[in-house]
Structures are given as C-alpha cells and as structure tokens.
Design a protein around this ligand. Structure first.
Ligand SMILES: Nc1ncnc2c1ncn2[C@@H]1O[C@H](COP(=O)(O)OP(=O)(O)O)[C@@H](O)[C@H]1O
Ligand SMILES: [Mg+2]
Length: 460
C-alpha cells in the first residue's frame, strides 16, 4: 500500500516537471525574442538619430560660404549641447580634430574609417553607436564629421529588463512546477482510489466497485471498464457456483435412492428374491443415469475451461445417419420413426460430437413424445451448410420456456423428472457443440402439438 502511494506521488512529480520544463522552454524563447527585439529597436533608433544629426552637421558645413568653410563654428555642434548622450566631432581633411562637443571621451575613435555607415562599437567602457561622414564639396573631401550616441542608458534598460524577466520566469517556473504537481495529483487521485478499491475487492468478495468519476475522460472510462470486467467475472463466478451447487444437488438424489435400496436389500433382500431384484434394477438405473450425468458434467466442464479438444474431419452424413437411426430404433419400439435426407452429403466437423448432439435431440423427442407418436429426422444441405431437423409430435415446450431449456439443469416439468429421467444437461451439451461448430439452433414448439429443432452447421 505504502509503496503504491510513493509511486503515484512520483508520477505527479514527473508530470509536474514535464509541464514546468515545457513552460520554461516557452518562456526562454519568448523572453529571448523580447530582449532581442527591444535591443534591435533601441539600436535602430540610435542609428536613425546619428544619421539625422550627421546630415544636419554636414548641411551646415556645406551651407556656409563654400569658398571659405569654417569648421570651428560652435553653432555647428549645437545639438550636442542640449543632449549630453550625443558627441559631435569635426575634423579637417587631414584628420585633425577642429571642433568637438567633448560630451564624453571618444578620442580613441578614428574618424576616417567606415565612412557613411552607422555602427555599434565599444570605446573603453562606453557602448556607442557611431557614424563617420566625409563632407565632400566640389569633388574634394572638405571635412570629416563623427557623431556618436552613448548607449549606456539603453543598455542599463536592457539589463534591468533582463533581470526583471529572469525573476518573473523563475517565479513562473516555480509556480508551474507547484501547480502542475497539485493538478496532476488531483487528476491522478481516481487512480489512487482505484488502487484502493482493487485492493479491497479480494477481501470483500467481488461485490466492491470502483467509484466512476463524473467527468467523462480516460480515467472514468478506465473505472467503467474495470467495473464491467468485475461484473463479468462475478457473473461467471456466480454461474460456476450455481453449477457446482446444482450438480451436487442433482447427484444427491440418485445417491440417496441407491442408499435406500441398499438398506432395503440389507433388511429384506436376503430372504425376498423380489425385493432383491427390484433393488438391483433400481440401483442399475440410478447408476446409469448418474454415469450419463457425470459424463455430461465433465463434458461441460472441459468445454468451460477450454480443454475440450475438437477432432474435425470430413465424414459422410449418410453413414452417420445409419448409425444414429439404428441406435434410436433400439431405444423404443413405441414410436414411428422416419429418417430422410439428401444422399451423398459430407460434413467437416467432429463426428463424435455431432453424433452425440443428434442422439441427445432424438432422445428428447422420444422421451417427450408418448408412444404411438411420430419422430422424424430430416437432413438437407447445400455447398455452404447442412441442416438437421428433428421433429416430433410430443408434448411440446411452452413458448416462455423455450429460451431457458438450454440452461444447465433446466427442465420444464420438474415433477415428471423421475419418470422421464435426465438431468437437464442434454441441451446444454447440444448448445455447446453447435456453438463450437459455429452453427445455429432453432426451436419451434407448441404445447400438445410437438416440437421441431433445427440445427444449421456450416459445411467447413
Ligand atoms: N422434444 C421435446 N419435447 C418437449 N420438451 C422437450 C423436448 N426437448 C427438450 N424438452 C424440454 O427441455 C428440457 C431440457 O432438455 P435437456 O437439456 O435435454 O434435459 P433432459 O432431457 O435431461 O431433461 C427437458 O427437460 C424438457 O422439459
Ligand atoms: Mg435430454
């Protein structure tokens, strides 16, 4: 019990970990794209700003008298005066710096390379976006302009964003781990209950059932299937129990009759020939019916546990009919028999069982048809199937009992049992044989008029 509990908890943790790692992966991708996007946007903006400032300065340089251009006019770097994150430098064609806003130190940055492209670079501790421009007038380079944008604030902002996102992620992952655990535990709870219920089933018989969760999902289907399986097991179990009880009950009667006769013989049989003979006859009859019954019980038991072997072979129906008719004629002299059928039919089946089946059906007809009545066996067939029909003019079977007569030990008229003999197993055996040959059995019967039983068997 304890062990199972631990295993279940582990499963919840496994699921929770799975949720959390999927969630973490999603967060990672999401946050990386947010950070990257923001960074891209900020640098792009800085580049645009640097571009526009560069061209403004360039315009000023060219806009002044083109013959005598002055580069050291402080007006030129006005923009940098209002914005200390911006640095503007102007150099003469030889590269000598002639005008600078000196908002921050960019002395290490050459002014004449990477002309006209704004780029991101680092100078000392500074992170900058820098653009160098060559001012060309009259086909000559007149000056160089360098505009730098300090990105410190932007990078600080990105760092803070990163930290915030990381903290949020951590909380998110922890939360998803925890809630995933609680959720899976909740969802797996029915399994825990099922385990408990299944454990108790052995103890309290087969009556216990698992509570089916209200929501229609895999777990409720599992519970339902489990319960249905228990129903089936219980039905089989009960049937077996009834079978054993009925069998014992049925065997008790002949045994007590035999005991009675033995007592009688013991007391009077030694002197009285008549009592002796009567007792012997009765004991013979009872042991015979017991033997038949035990054989049928064994047959059905073998059928139930699957150890009944079928020995299928192709055989001639004409031969079989001859045997069966001879045997039936020996059973009674009081009935009108007729056997009719198509000649030359063959069947692929267990011959011994088919014979047993026909014998049981004919015996019933003989048993339940008064002397003078008619008993007929017809057989026909085509390439697919063979039909045996056993017709009699006997007492018939009430409509409402025609289903039940195939049940084990079922007899219509229990009072007449001692007279007719039989234990109510004959038709159970017949049904088993027909089923195992994939055949069908149909009964048409009316009380007082007679019964017709038709067995249809596939040829192959
Ligand atoms: N041909 C028949 N005519 C009338 N009743 C029949 C016939 N065949 C079977 N039955 C009824 O069905 C019951 C079950 O038959 P069966 O299983 O062969 O048992 P048994 O012959 O041992 O009584 C019989 O007891 C009888 O009541
Ligand atoms: Mg019978």
């Amino acid at each position: 019990m304890r062990l199972k509990k631990i295993k279940l908890t582990k499963l919840s943790w496994k699921l929770a970990l799975l949720y959390a790692s999927v969630f973490a992966a999603v967060l990672l991708v999401l946050n990386a794209s947010v950070l990257y996007g923001v960074k891209f946007f900020l640098i792009n903006q800085a580049e645009q700003k640097v571009d526009s400032v560069s061209s403004a300065v360039e315009k000023r340089i060219i806009g002044s008298n083109s013959e005598q251009m002055t580069f050291d006019d402080p007006e030129m770097i006005n923009e940098a005066r209002n914005d200390n994150t911006l640095n503007i430098k102007v150099a003469d064609p030889s590269g000598k710096v002639v005008n600078t806003s000196d908002n921050f130190n960019t002395s290490g940055l050459p002014m004449t390379d990477h002309i006209n492209t704004a780029r991101k670079l680092e100078s000392g501790k500074l992170k900058l976006v820098v653009k160098n421009t060559a001012v060309i007038n009259g086909g000559k380079v007149r000056a160089y302009v360098q505009v730098s944008q300090n990105m410190e604030k932007e990078y600080t902002f990105l760092r803070i964003l990163f930290i915030l996102l990381a903290i949020a992620d951590m909380f998110g992952i922890l939360f998803s781990l925890f809630s995933g655990y609680l959720l899976s535990r909740r969802m797996l709870k029915p399994i825990d209950k099922m385990t408990k219920a299944a454990n108790e089933i052995g103890l309290s018989g087969l009556a216990e059932r698992i509570e089916v969760p209200l929501v229609d999902d895999e777990l409720s289907r599992l519970a339902k299937t489990f319960n249905e399986m228990l129903d089936r097991i219980k039905a089989t179990f009960d049937k077996q129990g009834r079978f054993v009880a009925d069998a014992s009950h049925e065997l008790r009667t002949p045994v007590s009759i035999i005991q009675g006769y033995i007592g009688m013989m013991d007391r009077w049989g030694k002197q009285d020939e008549k009592v002796l003979q009567e007792s012997i006859d009765a004991i013979k009859k009872e042991t015979l019916s017991m033997t038949v019954m035990i054989e049928r019980l064994l047959f059905l038991a073998r059928g139930d546990n699957g150890s009944q072997v079928l020995q299928k072979a192709t055989f001639s129906i004409d031969d079989l009919m001859e045997e069966v008719s001879m045997e039936s004629l020996m059973l009674t002299a009081g009935h009108n028999f007729s056997f009719q059928g198509s000649q030359g039919l063959e069947l692929f089946a267990d011959r011994r069982m088919i014979k047993q089946m026909l014998r049981a059906l004919l015996n019933n007809s003989i048993k339940f048809t008064p002397n003078g009545g008619r008993v007929t066996l017809l057989y026909t067939g085509n390439e697919n199937k063979v039909v045996f029909s056993i017709l009699d003019t006997g007492i018939g079977i009430p409509e409402e009992e025609q289903e039940q007569i195939f049940e084990r030990f079922y007899r219509v008229d229990k009072a007449r049992v001692r007279e007719t003999g039989g234990s109510g197993l004959g038709l159970s055996v017949v049904k088993w044989i027909v089923d195992v040959h994939n055949g069908e059995i149909n009964i048409i019967s009316s009380v007082e008029n007679g019964t017709s039983v038709a067995v249809t068997l596939p040829r192959l």
